[in-house]
Ligand binder design. Structure first.
Ligand SMILES: [Zn+2]
Length: 216
């Protein structure tokens, strides 16, 4: 099975102590996927869109998910993971841009110009109803989503969250291999380039104390 192959390429010579399952589902948006681990059972759930993608790239996706769930130190990236990253970058370019919003587009323009030299291509931009999540970047659909709780926030705070989410898009596959989705040291350093990050952090921590989760 493809997962055993992915495991062997990631951990050469090691026998897997896990039982793997894999299913495809049309529930996912775009090229999303996730993985769950319960004891020794690891189950992979992939968007059905992955069915038509070449095996080498799917192996890279599975390895990327394995790295995230196994938390083992010193795992080396593989050729397949590199291919998967290149594939996802290309996909982001061709994913339909169907979601846009005037306020978010202005925020994106300001932040992209000032902090990214205009280099980050515009993702889908949308508001979500005030869930407890303030903001997120979704890799599989190239979408930045902001909670409408931020509609009442000062412009700089909206821009600060926009900067955070664009950093995810900007850095997503520049970190070689291992867990690019997390808030790495480099990520945190770059986040502090924002002109009023301390003031914005304070504003947001007041919001999160009222029961909001932080953005991701
Ligand atoms: Zn984040």
């Amino acid at each position: 099975m493809i997962i055993d192959e992915a495991y062997e390429l990631l951990f050469p010579g090691k026998t897997s102590p896990y039982t793997f399952t894999l299913d495809y589902s049309a529930r996912f948006k775009g090229y999303n996927a996730n993985v769950r681990k319960r004891g020794r059972d690891i189950s992979f759930h992939l968007s059905s869109k992955w069915k038509t993608v070449s095996k080498e790239i799917v192996i890279g996706l599975i390895q990327d998910l394995l790295i995230r769930i196994l938390h083992e130190r010193g795992i080396k990236s593989t050729m397949n993971i590199e291919m998967y990253h290149v594939f996802m970058q290309k996909i982001a370019m061709v994913i339909d841009k169907t979601q846009d919003d005037e306020v978010l587009a202005l925020s994106y323009d300001r932040v992209n110009e000032q902090y990214f030299g205009g280099l980050v291509e515009k993702p889908n931009l949308q508001w979500h109803k005030a869930s407890r999540r303030l903001g997120s970047y979704d890799y599989g659909t190239d979408t930045i989503s902001m909670s409408d709780a931020l509609r009442g926030a000062p412009e700089r705070v909206l821009d600060y969250v926009m900067h955070h989410e664009l950093l995810h898009k900007y850095l997503k596959y520049s970190a070689k291999g291992v867990r690019p989705h997390h808030h790495t040291k480099k990520f945190k350093e770059m986040e502090k380039r924002f002109y009023d990050w301390e003031g914005c952090e304070q504003y947001l921590s007041r919001m999160t104390r009222k029961g909001w989760f932080f953005f991701e």
